[in-house]
Design a protein around this ligand. Structure first.
Ligand SMILES: *[C@@H]1O[C@H](CO)[C@@H](O)[C@H](O)[C@H]1NC(C)=O
Length: 278
């Protein structure tokens, strides 16, 4: 490798150039909502994350922070340290919200880390869109996501946050099979993922080579399992109640037989006394 390139990579690595990553460019229709996921490295788990507005990062205006304020007007922030993702949700978007924003991580005593997100708010329907950004599935199920794209779109891809992308007809994302159907006439890019497991829960996005639209997939336990759990809990509780009842009955029997024996003895003694008396 070129020593200069090596030096560059070393410096980039040391300054944590890409320790925060997100989508680069998103377009949302005015009046709509969007949630932007920002992935960060493990070492940032306990740090404060914030969402900042302005082309120049050094002079950007902080809108929300994971400490406070977590919510301001139509913007809110949420941190998920287990997934190393914080998300920013912007509701009721207006044309004047169109700007450059920064997924940022506060690093005390040093430069903060951040990555820019170009958020466009359009009057018409955006070039790249999904019906909904939140998709729920049950374990073992398959899901389908349809991404609508436009004339400016080039190569369509389906990507997992912080991971790889799938393009073409099929592939795998973190071992999960993905099938893609690209309807070039209607400009619909359909993604299907099979045999979902709970570990597939997370952020994905459609990338049209120009902009991205994030989609969150949640994989839950199937209902039958949940019913089994409920049944199991009821059975366990039932068994507990049964044993408790048995214990109480046994104790009562024991006590009453003790009392009986006691009174029998007293009766016998009393009887003896009366015998003596007669
Ligand atoms: C943000 O994206 C829009 C189009 O979506 C583009 O016109 C604009 O130049 C971009 N801004 C920056 C600073 O890259």
């Amino acid at each position: 490798m070129d020593p200069l390139m090596l030096l560059f990579l070393l410096i980039a690595g040391l300054t944590g150039a890409d320790s925060v990553s997100s989508v680069r460019r998103v377009t949302v229709q005015s009046g709509g909502s969007v949630t932007i996921p920002c992935l960060y490295e493990d070492r940032h788990k306990d740090h404060v994350k914030y969402w900042c507005r302005g082309i120049d990062w050094r002079s950007c205006t902080t809108i929300v922070r994971t400490d406070s304020p977590q919510k301001k007007d139509d913007v809110s922030i949420r941190d998920d340290p287990d997934q190393r993702v914080f998300t920013v949700t912007m509701n009721n978007l207006k044309i004047e919200n169109d700007d450059i924003y920064w997924c940022s991580v506060e690093i005390s005593g040093d430069f903060d880390d951040g990555v820019s997100v170009n958020l466009s708010v359009s009057d018409g329907s955006p070039e790249l869109s999904v019906d909904k950004q939140e998709v729920n599935a049950l374990e073992g199920d398959s899901i389908g996501v349809q991404c609508r794209y436009g004339d400016r779109s080039s190569e369509m891809k389906w990507c997992k946050i912080g991971g790889s992308c799938v393009s073409g007809n099929s592939g795998r994302l973190d071992g999960r099979p993905v099938e893609i159907r690209d309807d070039k006439v209607n400009k619909v890019f359909s993604v299907t993922m099979w045999g979902l497991e709970r570990k597939d829960t997370g952020w994905y996005w459609c990338n049209d080579g120009y902009q991205q639209i994030p989609v969150h997939i949640t994989v839950n336990q199937p209902r039958s399992n949940r019913w089994e759990q409920v049944l199991d809990a009821v059975l366990k509780a039932g068994t507990g109640v049964f044993y408790l009842s048995c214990t109480i009955i046994a104790l009562q029997l024991h006590w009453s037989s003790c009392r009986k024996r006691g009174s029998n003895q007293r009766e016998e003694e009393g009887g003896a006394n009366t015998n003596h008396g007669s």
